[in-house]
Write a protein that binds this ligand. Structure first.
Ligand code: IMP
Ligand code: MG
Length: 174
């Protein structure tokens, strides 16, 4: 089976939206520092671009959880592959994700991070597929709500490919 990618959100649209979210976060966290937690690998491109647009002091940490194999559907199984290096205690933590789909990964992750006693814990996602939600998750900052289609680019992969696309595209199977 072969596939091709059609552009859903252009590089300019994505960049402009990230700039807006960065501005909003800078206002909301005025007088504080924000500790960005990246969920690898998908969240990495978004977090780096977002961090560049935030004007309050920023620190960053990375973690990796797995909920997907090579398939396009959630397995429902969440496993910590790489934990954070630093403590979250008393920090204003902002989790940065590529996409919220079923919500299973995030609800598990947020509950776990909350136990580490951050001063605050918020969630920022580049993309959201609200139609697909199975588990309720409060999203504080959303880049774009998108339809229920499998997307790639800007960190998102299909079988580890396409993460490097500078835009968000939809995978079409020929
Ligand atoms: P959830 O637990 O179903 O919300 O899964 C979220 C994770 O699944 C995301 O962080 C992505 O890694 C992956 N995912 C969900 N939808 C897509 C998609 O359309 N393209 C690529 N990865 C996706
Ligand atoms: Mg992800």
């Amino acid at each position: 089976m072969s596939e091709h990618v059609e552009i859903l959100l252009s590089e300019d649209e994505v960049d402009e939206r990230i700039r807006q979210i960065g501005e909003q976060i800078s206002k909301d966290y005025a007088g504080k520092a924000v500790h960005l937690v990246c969920v690898l690998k998908g969240g990495s491109f978004f977090m780096c671009e977002l961090a560049k647009r935030i004007t309050v002091p920023v620190t960053m940490d990375f973690m990796s959880v797995s909920s997907y194999g090579s398939d396009t559907k959630s397995s429902g199984v969440v496993r910590i592959v790489k934990d954070l290096d630093e403590s979250l205690k008393d920090k204003d933590v902002l989790v940065v994700e590529d996409i919220v789909d079923s919500g299973r990964t995030l609800s598990y992750l947020l509950a776990m991070l909350k136990e580490r006693k951050p001063a605050s814990l918020k969630l920022c996602t580049l993309l959201d597929k609200p139609e697909r939600r199975v588990t309720d998750v409060k999203v504080d900052y959303t880049g774009f709500n998108i339809p229920d289609e499998f997307v790639v680019g800007y960190g998102l992969d299909y079988d580890q490919r396409y993460r490097n696309l500078p835009y968000i595209g939809v995978v079409k199977f020929d």
